[in-house]
Design a protein around this ligand. Structure first.
Ligand SMILES: [Zn+2]
Length: 175
C-alpha cells in the first residue's frame, strides 16, 4: 500500500512543486523606478513600507507576487530562458539578489539559480498549500521572491526557483 502511494505521488508530483496562482505577465518592464522613491541599487538601508503604500507604487502583477506571495505562471517569465551576463536585482527595491553566473537552465518553468547573494536574501519556512517549503525574500524590502529547493546542481545543490517579475536584470554592458 505504501509503495502504491509513493508511485501515485511520483506520478502526480510536478517537477517543480511550486503551487501557483496565475498572474498575467503584462510587460517587459518590471517596475517604473521613476515612480518608486524606494528603488535604489546602492542604498541597502532596510525598508519598512506598508503594503498600502506599495500598492500605490508597484505594478499590479509585481505587487501580487512581491507582497502577496503569488507566483507567475510557469514558462511565462521573461527570465525563464535567458542567459545574458549581468546581475539580478529586486524589482521592488533594487537590492542585489543574484549574479548571472549562478543561473542554470532548469526545466521547471521559472528562472533558477544555485546561489543567492547572502547579503540580499533571507529565508522563511512556508507551509502554505499543504507543502513544506522554504520561501526566499528580499532582505531590504521583505518582498517575496520565490522558493529554494534542495534539488539543484553543484556546487550548492540548491535551486532558487524565482519569479521573473520579482527580478530586474542589468547587463554588465550597461554598467
Ligand atoms: Zn527588495
Amino acid at each position: 500500500m505504501k509503495f502504491l502511494i509513493s508511485i501515485i505521488i511520483l506520478i502526480f508530483l510536478p517537477s517543480c512543486t511550486q503551487k501557483y496562482q496565475p498572474v498575467k505577465t503584462s510587460s517587459m518592464e518590471n517596475t517604473d523606478a521613476k515612480n518608486n522613491p524606494y528603488y535604489s541599487r546602492t542604498d541597502t538601508t532596510q525598508l519598512n513600507v506598508s503594503n498600502e503604500e506599495w500598492k500605490q507604487i508597484l505594478a499590479p502583477d509585481l505587487y501580487a507576487i512581491a507582497r502577496e506571495a503569488a507566483t507567475e505562471r510557469a514558462f511565462t517569465g521573461k527570465y525563464n530562458e535567458f542567459d545574458e551576463v549581468g546581475d539580478y536585482y529586486c524589482a521592488v527595491c533594487g537590492n542585489h539578489l543574484f549574479r548571472s553566473t549562478s543561473k542554470f537552465s532548469s526545466s521547471c518553468g521559472w528562472p533558477s539559480f544555485f546561489e543567492a547573494d547572502k547579503e540580499g536574501t533571507y529565508y522563511k519556512r512556508d507551509v502554505s498549500y499543504g507543502m513544506e517549503r522554504v520561501e526566499v525574500l528580499c532582505k531590504r524590502c521583505d518582498s517575496h521572491l520565490g522558493h529554494v529547493f534542495d534539488d539543484g546542481p553543484k556546487p550548492t545543490g540548491l535551486r532558487y526557483c524565482m519569479n521573473s517579475i520579482s527580478l530586474e536584470f542589468v547587463p554588465d554592458s550597461q554598467k
